[in-house]
Design a protein around this ligand. Structure first.
Ligand code: PMP
Length: 451
């Protein structure tokens, strides 16, 4: 009997009752059943090993199977298996304090279970903040086309990728979208930085046209990740921050992907000098995916508004499992390891000495642009460099599937035009060895040259 159960769980089986996420982009994904993982690699039911070149869903910052993290979860579960954050528990207090010190200013943190919930929480805080500071008309949120901010209705409404919203619209009211700082396909001319600054101007124009008295917040990732690894000039981020301040609009920085070392800084926004977002949202790398946890950190001056004038001003928002003691203990251990093992420096060193070798593909006729920050790399695949038309779906599928055949999982995303998910994405665990990175570079290069 036991053997039969194991068979059922490890065999590649088209008849399983499990509903997979997103498998349209990888038609044979349903056949893969993982059974174990260590470092950057996982093993399937047939014993085949794969290097996870996208860190699961960009979350496995420390890779699979770290015993210290497993132990931290188990010890916490034995001590206090659950407790709601309507009151307090030690791991949540310690983690909130740690996050505040990492962000570099006084921040107060509300915990949830995912990136989507972290962003939903941010939207509610932003609207309530404006009501309680005498600006009840400020309810709109602005995000950029190509952005992904989550799957729940509010976070999906901030998400501005038509293929993610197709058949789920209309979204929640009050979410507006503006052009991203996408210099490769900008309507403007000039240097990349000049084009990006025009995108910032467009954002300011939108605030003015809508009326600044109606705009609550701008939500942005420092680097658009899921929308195709779009890396703006740091002046763009600084300009957006200035625009927000000028119009009393809160800046929500979505660090769900870029947080905890992925880009070669502890947080992506730290690449832009002088930036201190009003609200920072986190998930994924916060626990390296070992347990679910989302965090919404708000600057202390915003938090104070929720404490003043009695009962009615408190945040009427609650999450049963948000900030679960085991998840917080895992996050604390995860951050301790990131610091102890100098993971951020490691990402800087190896992204410049190893992953950078993928830039040798830039002369390939189908590689339009290569964009990289730390361990986050996108290859924009085109039919040719002049028309910049996205490479055919079938060829993109073939590249992803050939990499998989050779034991490497890579991602594909972007939505350059409707249906054109033509960005190949590489975002390996931050603990990947030099050999792992060589394997990624060799496999991706040789597959692209062979197809
Ligand atoms: N924000 C960003 C930038 C993301 O990439 C994601 C997930 N890919 C989310 C939010 C949503 O996170 P979750 O899937 O944990 O809800």
């Amino acid at each position: 009997m036991k053997a039969k159960v194991e068979m059922e769980h490890t065999a590649a089986d088209q008849t399983s009752h499990l509903w997979n996420a997103m498998h349209k982009y990888d038609p044979d994904a349903k056949a893969l059943v993982a059974v174990s993982g260590a470092g950057s690699w996982f093993t399937d039911g047939d014993g085949k090993q794969y290097l996870d070149g996208v860190s699961g869903l960009w979350c496995l910052n420390l890779g699979y199977g770290r015993q210290e993290i497993v132990d931290a979860a188990a010890e916490q579960m034995k001590k206090l298996s659950y407790f709601p954050l309507t009151m307090n528990h030690q791991p949540a207090i310690q983690l909130a304090n740690k996050i505040s010190s990492l962000l570099g200013a006084e921040y107060q943190t509300f915990f949830s279970n995912s990136g989507s919930e972290a962003n939903e929480t941010a939207f509610k805080i932003a609207r309530q903040y404006h009501i309680q500071t005498g600006n009840p008309g400020k309810y709109k949120f602005i995000s950029r086309y190509r952005a992904y901010h989550g799957s729940t209705m509010g976070a999906l409404s901030a998400t501005a990728q038509a293929n993610r919203r197709f058949k789920y619209d209309p979204g929640a009211p009050g979410f507006l979208h503006v052009a991203p700082p996408y210099s490769y396909r900008s309507l403007y001319s000039g240097s990349a930085e000049e084009k990006d600054l025009r995108a910032a101007d467009q954002l300011e124009e939108m605030i003015k046209w809508e009326g600044e008295e109606t705009v609550a917040a701008v939500i942005m990732e420092p680097f658009i990740s899921g929308g195709g690894v779009i890396i703006p000039s740091m002046k763009y981020i600084q300009r957006v921050s200035e625009i927000c301040r000028k119009h009393s609009v809160l800046l929500i920085m979505d660090e769900v992907v870029s947080g905890f070392g992925r880009t070669g800084k502890m947080f992506g926004f730290k690449h832009a000098a002088g930036i201190q977002p009003d609200i920072v949202t986190m998930a994924k790398g916060l626990t390296s995916g070992y347990l679910p946890l989302g965090a919404t950190s708000v600057k202390d001056e915003i938090y104070q508004v929720f404490k003043e004038d009695g009962e009615d001003n408190h945040l009427r928002h609650v999450s049963t499992y948000g900030g679960h003691p085991a998840a917080c203990a895992v996050a604390l251990k995860n951050i301790e390891i990131i610091e102890k093992e100098n993971i951020v420096d490691r990402v800087n060193d190896l992204s410049n000495s190893k992953l950078i070798e993928l830039h040798d593909l830039k002369n390939h006729e189908n590689v339009g642009e290569i964009r990289q920050v730390g361990f986050l790399l996108g290859l924009e695949m085109v039919k040719d460099k002049v028309s910049k038309e996205p490479l055919d779906e079938s060829i993109l599928n073939q590249i992803v599937s050939e990499c998989k055949q050779r034991g490497l999982i890579i991602g594909r995303n972007g939505q350059t035009v409707p249906g054109g998910n033509n960005i190949l994405i590489i975002a390996p665990p931050l603990t990947s060895t030099e050999e792992d990175l060589d394997f990624i570079v060799d496999t991706v290069s040789s597959v692209i040259h062979s197809i």
